[in-house]
Ligand binder design. Structure first.
Ligand code: GLU
Ligand code: MG
Length: 637
C-alpha cells in the first residue's frame, strides 16, 4: 500500500503545516524524474502481480474462525528466510494495512515472452506454500477479499475490544486499533484521515433484504453521537478505515516501453476496470451481514475519505480551497493520452499554480492536469526525519501524494536513479480464492495489454460513462444483470499509433454514438453483429503466436474461466459465497452471518484454495483436471 518510512510520524496539525512544502518539493521531485527519463524507451513489456492475503486462525472445537493478528511477525520471518537471505528469492513479501494481512509478489518481474504466463500460477502457489509453512496447524493464509465478520465482537485473535475514544487511531465502535498494522504509517494514516475530515469516516452499505430481514433494518448506536447521526436505515454501518483498507485485492503492474505507451495503456485499461471488477466480484458480506453489493470498491472509497464538509459540498468554502467530487480512493478523473483528450468529460479540480508550473517546465496539458489533480490532496502522513529531502535524488514527497491517490489506475513514473521504466498499475480486481483463478485474471489482463498494443485497439468512451460503469459494477450480480457502456468499434483506430489518435473525424459530420450498453457476456464473449468480444480477440491473437503446447493449454484454461464467469456458466466468488450462506443450515434468511456460518464458509474457502475439495460451480471441473494432472506447472512447485 505504498512506501514505508521509519521515524516519528507527525500529527495531522503538524502534517498540515508542512502540506505546501510536501507539494512544492513533490513537484520538484517529479520534474527531476520527468526530465531525466521522459525519453527513455525500453523494448520489453515487464509486469508483475500483487496478491493480498489474510491470516486466519480456526478454532475447530468451537466452530469459530478469527483473523490472526500476527502479520508483523509472519512478514519478518518471510523476509528473513526470503529476500534477505537470497536476493534472487522467487517471492517478495510486503506489509499491508491490517495486522492480519500480508502482501506477496513474484521476486522478479515477468518478462515479455509468452511462456512467462505459464509461471504465474506456480509462483502464486509457491507464495501460498511458503507463507503457510510458517503458520501453525490451525492457521491459514486466505485470499478472500473481505472477511465476513470483520468488525464483529471477537473477530480477531488475540481478541481486543474496540476503544472508541479520542486519542486512538480509528475511534471505531467495531474495529480495534490492534487490528491495524503496527508500523506507525498505518495508524497515523487512519488518525490523520479522521482528523483532516473532522469526524469519523462513514461507510453505509445497503443490506440485502432477505425474507426475514427486519424491514426497515435499523441498528441504533445510542452510545455514539457520530454513529447515531451517520448510520442509515437499511444499511450496514461501518466507521473505520480498516473496514476498507482491511480488504484484499489483486493488482497488476506493467512496465511500458515508453512514457507514451504507458499513457496509452493507462487510458485503455481504465475503461476495462469496471468490467473486470464485476467479473472478479468477491465481497458480498460486511460486519456479519449479507449486503446488497458484490465488490469492495465503494467501501474502501468511503473508508479513506478525508474530505472535509466544505470539500464535500456540505458547507460553503471557507478554510478549504476546493470542492472535491471524489474520495482519494476512487476511479480516475482524466485520460492521459492524446486519444483520450476528447473523452475527458469529468470536471477536473486542479491546483492551478502547479498546473502552470508544469506547463512552464515543458509538460503537456494532459500530464500537467493529471499531476495537478493528484496534488489537490494534502499529505496524510509525514515523518519528522523526512521533511527536508534531496529533490534530485529522492521522491518521497512526490510518492507521498501519489501513493495516497488510490485510483482504479495508477500512472507511475520511474523511481529516481533506477533502471525501472514508466509503469501503470491496474487496481480494481478483487482477490479470488485460488491461485488458479488469480492467475486467470492476471493473465487475462496482461494478455489484453498485448492485444491492445499489437492490434492498436481503442476502448475509449467518455470518462463519465466509465464512472457510471463503476457504479453498476459493484451491484449484486452485476456480472449477469448489469449493463455497461462499451465502445462498439474498437478497431476504429485502424492505423492508430501510440502517439496518435487513429482516424481523423470529419468535424462537420454529426457525431455517431461510439458506444452502447452491453452486458459483460457481450463484452467478454462477443455477440453476433454487436461486438466481437474480448475473449475471441485474445484467442485469435493466441492463434497467431508461437506458444509452447503447455503454456497454450494453461492460457486457454484461464480464458475459459473468464469466459464462463462472464456467461454465467460459472459463478463469481461473490455469488458462490451468497449461495453457500443461503444454503447453510443455520441461516435464518435474516441477512445475518453467525460465527458458525462464517467458520463453515472460511473453512470451505480454505479447502478449495488448498485443493482439498472441488468446487465446480466456481471453477468448473473438466478443464481443471486437465490442468492439474501432472502438468509442468504442477511438478515445478
Ligand atoms: N487493499 C486495497 C484494495 O483492496 C489496496 C491497497 C494497495 O493499494 O495496495 O484495493
Ligand atoms: Mg497492497
Amino acid at each position: 500500500m505504498g512506501l514505508l518510512s521509519q521515524g516519528s510520524p507527525l500529527s495531522w496539525e503538524d502534517t498540515k503545516r508542512h502540506a505546501d512544502h510536501v507539494r512544492r518539493h513533490g513537484i520538484l521531485q517529479f520534474l527531476h524524474i520527468y526530465h531525466a527519463v521522459k525519453d527513455r524507451h525500453k523494448d520489453v513489456l515487464k509486469w508483475g502481480d500483487e496478491v493480498e492475503y489474510m491470516l486466519v486462525s480456526f478454532d475447530h472445537e468451537n466452530k469459530k474462525v478469527q483473523l490472526l493478528l500476527s502479520g508483523g511477525e509472519v512478514l519478518e520471518t518471510l523476509q528473513e528466510k526470503g529476500e534477505r537471505t537470497n536476493p534472487n528469492h522467487p517471492t517478495l513479501w510486503r506489509p499491508e494495512y491490517g495486522s492480519y494481512m500480508i502482501e506477496g509478489t513474484p521476486g522478479q518481474p515477468y518478462g515479455g515472452t509468452m511462456s512467462e504466463f505459464n509461471t504465474v500460477e506456480a509462483n502464486m502457489r509457491k507464495r501460498r506454500k511458503e507463507a503457510t509453512s510458517i503458520l501453525e496447524e490451525n492457521q491459514a493464509l486466505c485470499t478472500i477479499t473481505s472477511f465476513p465478520r470483520l468488525g464483529c465482537p471477537g473477530f480477531t485473535t488475540p481478541e481486543y475490544k474496540p476503544n472508541p475514544v479520542e486519542g486512538g487511531a480509528s475511534k471505531s465502535l467495531f474495529f480495534p486499533d490492534e487490528a491495524i498494522n503496527k508500523h506507525p504509517r498505518f495508524s497515523t494514516l487512519t488518525r490523520n484521515i479522521r482528523h483532516r475530515r473532522g469526524e469519523k469516516v462513514v461507510i453505509n452499505v445497503p443490506i440485502f433484504k432477505d425474507k426475514n430481514t427486519p424491514s426497515p433494518f435499523i441498528e441504533t448506536f445510542p452510545e455514539d453521537d457520530e454513529a447515531a447521526k451517520a448510520s442509515k436505515p437499511d444499511h450496514i454501518y461501518m466507521d473505520a478505515m480498516g473496514f476498507g483498507m482491511g480488504n484484499c485485492c489483486l493488482q497488476v503492474t506493467f512496465q511500458a516501453c515508453s512514457i507514451s505507451e504507458a499513457r496509452y495503456l493507462y487510458d485503455q485499461l481504465a475503461t476495462i476496470c469496471p468490467i473486470v471488477m464485476a467479473l472478479s466480484a468477491a465481497s458480498p458480506f460486511y460486519r456479519g451481514y449479507v449486503s446488497d453489493i458484490d465488490c469492495r470498491w465503494g467501501v474502501i472509497s468511503a473508508s479513506v475519505d478525508d474530505r472535509t464538509r466544505e470539500e464535500r459540498g456540505l458547507e460553503p468554502l471557507k478554510n478549504n480551497n476546493y470542492r472535491i467530487s471524489k474520495s482519494r480512493y476512487d476511479s480516475i478523473d482524466s485520460y492521459l493520452s492524446k486519444c483520450g483528450e476528447k473523452y475527458n468529460d469529468i470536471d477536473l479540480t486542479i491546483d492551478k499554480e502547479i498546473y502552470e508550473q508544469l506547463l512552464q517546465e515543458g509538460i503537456d496539458h494532459l500530464l500537467a492536469q493529471h499531476v495537478a489533480h493528484l496534488f489537490i490532496r494534502d499529505p496524510l502522513t509525514l515523518f519528522e526525519e523526512k521533511i527536508n529531502l534531496d529533490d534530485a535524488n529522492e521522491s518521497d514527497h512526490f510518492e507521498n501524494i501519489q501513493s495516497t491517490n488510490w485510483q482504479t489506475m495508477r500512472f507511475k513514473p520511474p523511481p529516481p536513479n533506477s533502471d525501472i521504466g514508466w509503469r501503470v498499475e491496474f487496481r480494481p480486481m478483487e482477490v479470488q480464492l485460488t491461485d488458479f483463478e488469480n492467475s486467470a485474471y492476471v493473465v487475462f489482463v496482461v494478455l489484453l495489454t498485448r492485444v491492445i498494443l499489437s492490434y492498436k485497439l481503442d476502448f475509449l468512451i467518455p470518462l463519465s460513462k466509465v464512472d457510471e460503469n463503476m457504479k453498476v459494477a459493484q451491484k449484486r450480480d452485476a456480472v449477469l444483470r448489469g449493463m455497461f457502456y462499451f465502445r462498439k468499434d474498437i478497431c476504429k483506430g485502424g492505423n492508430a499509433v501510440v502517439e496518435g489518435c487513429g482516424k481523423a473525424q470529419n468535424s462537420t459530420e454529426p457525431p455517431v454514438e461510439e458506444y452502447a450498453l452491453m452486458s459483460i457476456d457481450t463484452i467478454i464473449n462477443g455477440k453476433e453483429g454487436v461486438f466481437p468480444g474480448l475473449i475471441p480477440i485474445l484467442n485469435s491473437y493466441l492463434e497467431n503466436m508461437e506458444v509452447d503446447v503447455d503454456t497454450r493449454c494453461s492460457i486457454l484454461n484461464y480464458l475459459k474461466l473468464i469466459k464462463k464467469r462472464a456467461s454465467g456458466e460459472l459463478m463469481t466468488v461473490a455469488r458462490w459465497m451468497r449461495e453457500f450462506i443461503a444454503n447453510h443450515p443455520d441461516y435464518k434468511q435474516d441477512s445475518v452471518i453467525t460465527d458458525e456460518m462464517n467458520y463453515s464458509l472460511i473453512s470451505k474457502c480454505n479447502q478449495i484454495a488448498n485443493e482439498l475439495c472441488e468446487c465446480p460451480e466456481l471453477l468448473g471441473s473438466a478443464f481443471r483436471k486437465v490442468k492439474y494432472s501432472g502438468s509442468k506447472t504442477d511438478s515445478s512447485n
